[in-house]
Design a protein around this ligand. Structure first.
Ligand code: IVH
Length: 687
């Protein structure tokens, strides 16, 4: 670039003004064509003509860097990689929806709302597809995109603005041709990878020898959580907007008017939003979408039913978790029929042998399935599943696909599958324990070691990024790791030559492992894979004993002093530490400087918040309620007595409620429980 020219421009000469005008008109043109192409799918100019406009804008901006604005179409990708994402609060809570698969429940929901509103006139509903992607909040200030945040726990999420900016259907600046931009707008939408783009993307990953994503949703969620925005930019993503979370300087009285405005501001909105005022209309919409599901290029897992009138929504309000004015009416889990080509065996970390069906690959709801679990020997016998059979498989959400039943089999059936007598991974003779078949070679079996590494590194254990199935397998197969402790000896040089590794990924893994030298005690206890010790028991042990040496040295009696630990668990725990090889594995970790962080023990049997008993069904898992109560210093116990401080009663409570009433123990409903936790500075969160 010519320096003199640059100086003249900075001084505000006419050429700078001309350039500013040219840049602005180019941006307006490019925005218009982006919208036509990416949002409306109605391009008006050729790709070449578009590229010329874009190149010209880049030239003008390169000649006059002072003219570059953050909302310029040239600035979608630009940021350098980050180390991590910041956690930020949402403008307004991102609620989740109550859901059902049952038409009768939908009728009851409909009747309940109609009754609660007590109106003569029919109630107006909006019907939408329930998009199966990753939920996102987009915030616009004075019409400019300032922030994009993942759903997280509904109150706060990760700031992924730099990644979301790379998605072409997200306006960096709101369109104002039809409606003025408000001072503040927060929009909720779903980041989607269309099925065709997903398939092309997975095919490319396969060519490169990389692990494919399991579903378009995983792929969308994974893509927006890339630390390098250039990676996100290379993925074909879209955002469909369906809800206004916060708005200043404009207002609507109905959902549909709001969604229409979203369209005018330049967002892509879901197809086929419809209205109805009858339950029959709702059921018909659900049935029609279900029938069309396989012909759509995006994944949906149901339809969403919402009250259209925003004033009526306000009157109905919400329960502790869900709005009362909306319901997700989900589709039945997807099932398909395919053939079992072979039945094989997988050996897990505890030595359990699981029979697995290898299938003729079949697409179930946009995901290619080539294997499904057969659970155990008894299940195999009960369902009489054999190689060559045509079977119905089912996939529900992220759950491992299952074989539901045999639909048809060849006249000449193969022999029933019988479980092996030796472990396919190490050759040891197996033990049979009820329905389970177990490889006893706990320390010599490579399959068990792989499983232990995966568990050690998993999210609720040490949470070591990059140490999943595949890498653990490589480490064991190459003889790089024989014990958990040896993970901490790995060097970049050990890893760099492994398949799929390069300098950077090797360094990342070594650093990720080193960063876990001081884990929280409860994570460490869980990571060891002690039989019977899941997340909750690990937490109880950590709270009670406070440091690792005390847990390790505890006698059975001492262990049984911990609420919730009975004879079976105490035996499993002492048995684990008494085993010389487990002891060696633990010492191997400690001698390498792994030092679990000591937590302050909660010594009193009842913590500050008190003892609580839960009965009946809550809208969130009990483990969530328990974790929330413990986080504020409380204790959850199994039975009601005079020393119980509260009983939380969900739907269909049991005799514990009667007992509480007899003893005069305060009874809370779900909503009151959530309030109490929040009042004590905690929160109830599912994710
Ligand atoms: S409305 C309070 N509408 O489904 C109402 N949600 O639990 C806010 N979702 O992950 C949600 N499509 O992101 C709404 N058309 C749609 C939706 C939708 C997908 C997602 C949402 C959340 C889940 C609801």
């Amino acid at each position: 670039m010519d320096r003199d020219l640059d100086l003249r421009n900075d001084a505000g000469s006419p050429s700078l003004e001309e350039a500013r005008e040219e840049a602005e008109s180019l941006r307006a043109l490019i925005r218009r064509h982006d919208h036509l192409y990416h949002v409306l799918a109605r391009p008006e100019i050729s790709d070449d003509a578009y590229d010329r406009l874009f190149r010209r804008l880049k030239e003008v901006e390169a000649a006059h860097p002072a003219l570059v604005t953050s909302d310029s179409p040239t600035q979608r990708v630009g940021a350098e990689p980050q180390d991590r994402f910041r956690t930020v609060a949402h403008r307004a809570p991102m609620l989740s929806l109550d859901s059902t698969q049952d038409a009768d429940e939908v009728r009851r929901f409909h009747d309940r709302v109609v009754k609660a509103l007590g109106e003569e006139a029919p109630v107006g509903w909006v019907l939408e597809p329930k998009l199966d992607g990753a939920s996102i909040e987009l915030v616009y200030e004075d019409g400019v995109l300032t922030r994009a945040v993942t759903r997280g726990n509904g109150r706060e999420g990760e700031d992924v603005t730099r990644n979301i900016r790379t998605i072409a259907s997200v306006p960096l600046r709101l369109r104002e041709e039809e409606r003025a931009a408000p001072p503040l707008l927060a929009v909720r939408g779903e980041v989607m990878m269309f099925i065709s783009d997903f398939e092309a993307f997975n095919a490319r990953l396969a060519e490169l020898g990389d692990e494919p994503y399991a579903s378009p949703r995983n792929s969308a969620a994974g893509s927006i959580r890339q630390l390098d925005p250039r990676v996100t930019a290379s993925r074909k993503l879209d955002v469909l907007a369906y809800d206004i979370l916060a708005l200043e300087g404009d207002s609507f009285t109905s959902d549909r008017a709001g969604v229409e405005a979203l369209g005018q501001w330049g967002f892509r909105v879901p197809d086929r939003i419809e209205g109805t005022d009858s339950v029959e209309g709702i059921l018909a919409y659900h049935a029609a979408y279900d029938a069309d599901r396989d012909h759509l290029d995006y994944e949906i897992d149901g339809v969403v039913i919402k009250l259209d009138d925003l004033g009526a929504r306000e009157r109905l309000g919400m329960t502790s978790r869900h709005p009362r004015w909306a319901l997700a009416f989900k589709f039945e889990p997807r099932k398909e029929v395919t053939r079992i080509e072979r039945i094989g065996i997988q050996v897990g970390r505890t030595g359990v042998l699981t029979p697995v069906a290898f299938l003729l690959p079949v697409v179930v709801g946009g995901v290619t399935i080539s294997r499904a679990t057969l659970h155990n020997r008894e299940e195999l016998v009960r369902k009489d599943i054999r190689e060559g059979d045509m079977v119905r498989i089912q996939r529900a959400g992220d759950v491992i696909p299952q074989v539901v039943e045999v639909v048809e089999h060849p006249d000449q059936r193969s022999e029933p599958f019988s479980m092996p007598v030796t472990c396919p991974a190490c050759g040891s003779e197996v033990h049979v324990d009820g329905p389970r078949t177990i490889c006893p070679n706990r320390f010599g079996c490579p399959a068990q070691l792989k499983g232990r590494l995966v568990h050690f590194a998993s999210r609720h254990a040490l949470d070591i990024e990059g140490l999943g199935d595949e890498t653990s397998g490589l480490l064991v197969d190459r003889g790089l790791v024989h014990t958990l402790g040896e993970l901490f000896d790995l060097t970049v040089a050990d890893l760099v030559d492994l398949d799929g590794f390069a300098d950077k990924s090797a360094t990342n893994l070594v650093e990720a492992i080193a960063a876990r030298r001081h884990p929280d005690l409860h994570r460490f206890l869980h990571a060891l894979g002690i039989p019977e010790v899941g997340v909750t028991v690990a937490r109880d042990l950590a709270n009670h004993f406070g440091d690792f040496d005390r847990v390790r040295a505890a006698t059975r009696d001492e262990l049984e002093e911990v609420d919730g630990i009975g004879p079976r668990m105490s035996e499993a725990i002492t048995g684990f530490f008494a085993d010389a090889r487990n002891a060696a594995a633990v010492d191997g970790l400690l001698s390498r400087g792994v030092a679990p962080r000591v937590t302050d023990p909660v010594r009193t049997p009842s913590g500050a918040a008190g003892k609580m008993v839960i009965t009946g069904t809550l809208s969130f898992p009990r483990a969530v309620a328990q974790a929330a109560w413990e986080s504020v210093g409380g204790k959850v116990v199994g039975s009601v007595s005079g020393s119980t401080d509260y009983v939380v009663a969900g739907d269909s409570p049991g005799s514990k409620l009667t007992k509480a009433q007899e003893l005069g123990v305060p009874v809370l409903d779900e909503e009151a429980f959530v309030k109490l936790v929040e009042g004590l500075g905690g929160r109830v969160e599912s994710e």
